[in-house]
Design a protein around this ligand. Structure first.
Ligand SMILES: [Zn+2]
Length: 240
């Protein structure tokens, strides 16, 4: 990324327009970062503020099933100061630096990576941010091959718990025991036939395989589990 360092980029002949945009973006983010630093200092120096924020953080974490609202990746709770991309943070949906209120309604649990990338952006802007989309894709892609048989090396409880939907030639199937997307096959029971161990006889069908997780954000919104302003929810959905 030759143009990622803005001050240098504008001198070293990066396209002018791009430099301008990047410059605005970094300035805005630097400001957001400074404000965030000031707030975390306040959090550190004031036990009351810390306790309040921490309460919200834990509450949002529970409500969102331990996942980042923006990218749906699993959040890791840690008191350590050094944060990793999946560390649990509390994010203000409308940034404080843009006049967003420091209230529970304006907060969500977000991963450190999304929180940093979001900076001064509002939800609509952040919904199409490359970092969010990249993390969302990674979190929302079921394994390339998956087996429902516990003894198989392709078994994954985490993936099965999320109820992978399998489409065979664009028709959803509910009887799939195993699939492979790249090898283009599914294993399904052959009628009611059983083998001598009483297990269903499986046959392999070849065709186009598409797999996906159900849209959890939709489910959460429908269940009313998230109670920040409806406007925010709508703009996030469009981006996802
Ligand atoms: Zn995230």
């Amino acid at each position: 990324m030759a143009c990622s360092s803005v001050k240098m980029a504008s001198k070293s002949g990066c396209a002018q327009g791009q430099g301008d945009v990047l410059e605005d973006w970094t300035d805005a983010n630097r400001k957001a970062w400074e404000i965030e630093q000031a707030w975390s200092l306040l959090e550190q120096s004031s036990p009351t503020v810390y306790a309040m924020r921490n309460g919200w953080r834990q509450q949002r974490y529970e409500q969102q099933g331990g996942r980042c609202l923006y990218c749906r990746q699993h959040l890791i709770r840690s008191e350590a100061l050094a944060k990793i991309p999946n560390s649990l943070t509390l994010d203000h949906v409308i940034p404080l630096a843009k006049g967003g209120p420091d209230t529970f309604d304006n907060t969500v649990a977000a991963c450190h990576a999304c929180n940093q990338a979001k900076g001064m952006l509002d939800l609509g802007e952040f919904s199409t941010h490359p970092i969010r989309l990249q993390r969302l894709t990674a979190a929302n892609t079921p394994p390339e091959r998956l087996s429902a048989d516990e003894k198989s090396p392709y078994y994954s409880k985490a993936a099965l718990d999320r109820e992978v939907r399998v489409f065979f030639n664009e028709r959803e199937r509910f009887d799939v025991h195993e699939y492979s997307v790249t090898e283009k096959w599914i294993l399904v029971p052959a009628g009611k036939s059983k083998n001598r161990f009483g297990q269903p006889l499986l046959i392999k069908l070849w065709g186009h395989i598409r797999v996906q997780y159900p849209s959890e954000l939709d489910d959460l919104l429908r269940a009313g589990a998230l109670d920040f302003p409806p406007m925010s929810a709508a703009s996030l959905e469009q981006g996802g």
